[in-house]
Design a binder for this molecule. Structure first.
Ligand code: OSB
Ligand code: MG
Length: 367
């Protein structure tokens, strides 16, 4: 196929309430949407690095500029058979994974719509249902958090993720473990610590957590490999894993027991599938993460999370968990306890709602 027309939207969407992590507090999520059209078929992609470069070096305003000035012009005249062609075309552009992902995902959606099947089926899945967990940001009040965790567990979520940051870590985790001795928990540090915090990591070892996610710097492999030898709690890498090569190196170094695959962070579905394969071959467990995308972006996560080889429930959420309403024309909801189902239509099965999209767009261009 050749892209006949292309549109890029930089959106900033307000969430229900601020989501607090090691980096600070967010109540507007910055994201990029790409719409491609060819042969009368439309494909949508979404990548959400958030509004400022606090999670990774990318940010919504930055990737919009790159998408408009560099990536869209590269892609517009290419013959594209699949995601590998998108990756090849973008190969001279270093890094900028989220920016590339929005285009890669749009092509996958287009391909599945062209084949007239849901994306999960197009990827080779056998059922359109993903196992999902619950995720809590930093909450100042431990009593409030305990109530929320209890509610999540009683609603049937198979595991709970707790964001930690210096000052909201060991004491909180101990209290949670004391209240819920048998529940499955893990902590996500969003790169807020260093090896100097080894005493805290050793203390966490006593709490029987399923894993600790991205304890050290966003781009580090070396120190994570060192830390993995010093503690028993398995390490899950998130921010660090930006490509299949990085995944291979992390596994070879023994830097992680789990990988949180986010299609945006790794440059799209093409690379996410490659990482899944690399991890499977090495017996390292994966699960799928998201960045609080709309139902459009989250649907790529759902499709991935339905594939075999998931070793842990994924971070995919019902629309109502974080949003007053979805940007898309459909809402994601909990299908059964701890389960989210993919939409039934072809591709990702949803599109941005036109009025909603207009309301949250801050920059837009057309090719
Ligand atoms: O895994 O870090 C994660 C957001 C929602 C759900 C899961 C995660 C995230 C983030 C937060 O990446 C990014 C940030 O804290 O700025
Ligand atoms: Mg994380």
């Amino acid at each position: 196929m050749k892209i006949e027309s292309l549109e890029i939207f930089h959106i900033e969407s307000p969430t229900l309430e601020p989501f607090v992590t090691a980096f600070g507090s967010n109540h507007v999520i910055g994201s990029l949407l790409v719409r491609i059209e060819s042969e009368g078929i439309i494909g949508w992609g979404e990548a959400a690095p958030w509004s400022l470069p606090f999670y990774s070096p990318e940010w919504a305003g930055g990737i919009y500029a790159l998408a408009r000035q560099v990536l869209a012009p590269i892609l517009i005249n290419q013959e594209l058979e699949g995601g590998a062609d998108v990756q090849r075309a973008f190969a001279p552009i270093k890094g900028n994974y989220f920016a590339k992902a929005a285009f890669d995902l749009a092509l996958w959606d287009w391909l599945a719509r062209k084949a007239d099947v849901p994306l999960w089926k197009y990827l080779g899945g056998s059922q359109g249902i993903a196992d999902v967990g619950e995720d809590f940001g930093v909450v100042d009040d431990i009593e409030v958090l305990l109530k929320q965790i209890g509610r999540g567990i009683s609603e049937g979520f198979p595991r709970t993720k707790l964001k930690i940051r210096p000052g909201w870590d060991l004491e909180m985790l101990r209290r949670v473990r004391q209240e819920f001795p048998d529940a499955v928990f893990h902590a996500d540090a969003n790169s807020g610590y260093t090896l100097d915090d080894i005493e805290m990591f050793r203390a966490i070892d006593d709490l029987n957590l399923a894993m600790i996610e991205q304890p050290l710097a966003f781009d580090d492999l070396h120190d994570h490999a060192k830390l993995a030898k010093m503690i028993r709690t398995p390490i899950c890498l998130d921010e660090t894993i930006t490509s299949a090569k990085r995944a291979e190196q992390a596994i070879e170094l023994g830097a992680c027991g789990f990988i949180n695959i986010k299609p945006g962070r790794v440059g799209g579905l093409t690379n996410a599938l490659q990482i899944l394969q690399t991890a499977r071959d090495a017996n390292v467990s994966c699960w799928i993460g998201g960045m609080l995308e709309s139902a459009v972006g989250a649907s790529f996560c759902i499709a991935l999370a339905t594939l075999p080889g998931m070793g842990y429930a994924s971070d995919i959420f019902a629309t109502r968990r974080f949003w007053p309403r979805d940007l898309a024309d459909k809402e994601i909801s909990i299908h059964a306890p701890g389960k989210i189902a993919a939409f039934e239509g072809a591709g990702v099965g949803c599109v941005p709602d036109e009025n909603q999209l207009r309301a949250v767009t801050v920059q837009h261009c057309t090719f």
